[in-house]
Write a protein that binds this ligand. Sequence first.
Ligand code: HEM
Ligand SMILES: N[C@@H](CC(=O)c1ccccc1NC=O)C(=O)O
Length: 267
Amino acid sequence: MGIDGDAPGPPDRQFGEEGGRLSYGGYLCLPALLAQQQPQSQAPDELLFITIHQVYELWFKLLLHELESARFAMFGGELWQARHLFQRVQAVERVLIEQVDVLETMTPQDFLAFRAKLAPASGFQSVQFRELEFLSGLKDERYLTSFRHASEAELARLRRRLDEPTLWDAYLAALAQRGLPVSDDEIMASLLTVARDRRSHDDLWQLAEDLLNHDETTALWRMRHVQMVERQIGDKSGTGGSTGAPYLRGRTRLHYFPLLWELRAWL
Ligand code: HEM
Ligand SMILES: N[C@@H](CC(=O)c1ccccc1NC=O)C(=O)O
């Protein structure tokens, strides 16, 4: 009999008990996961700070996975599949922005109770964040030098991302498969063709809109992050050695797909 009393079901066994091997905590590796929060101080808000960053890194891992699959789908001409994955990416990226609210419940005084313990660590050193930038098309090799602390495996991952095709390369491949020219001289004309002939090319148009959403949502995250930074540390320099908010403000203007923004002026 099931826990809901008289629910119908097979007489002997509950669904999921066939092998009896998996449990909730075992499947999700919870003992290992929940042992990974190790504050460096007694400050009450440090657990919040660590938790938020770990949650970000888990979402970054998923985003890298889905964006790699979307790139593969674009190269393979499976535009519907790429679009499906970009919807998920977009939903996760909205969560990443919303999560800033949670950390902003911390006061700057409470942050200062453990901030000194963090240096020289900084989000600057997030390997997965840089991987996301490289995969999306923002390849700036200079960041490799800021990863002196990183392991060989992490450095190898970053170098591989620098060599790999970007999401934009994959979109160009999709345009080319449709017979649209993609050389530097012809690409804007092809993007205009897609925009103006939606009857023939709506799938390519919608896919470009997905790319633009990914780009815009990242920029929105950068803006929320810098506001949070100003709220927490004002114009102090960062633990990672940058100027802090001025450095981050400069990066809010970055775009992954500049041509998609330039296109707007030509429409
Ligand atoms: C109290 C909250 C936070 C403060 C005060 C803060 C401060 C900063 C500062 C000052 C920098 C510039 C580098 C430096 O340290 O010199 C930076 C970079 C960065 N932070 Fe944070 N941060 C906070 C929360 C977060 C969170 C929750 C994340 C999520 C993963 C994050 C991710 C990053 C990333 C990825 C960079 C590099 C950005 C880039 O180079 O474009 N930060 N942060
Ligand atoms: N860079 C921040 C410290 C900080 O936020 C941080 C420190 C260690 C690991 C991740 C961090 N998050 C984002 O930069 C600061 O200058 O206060």
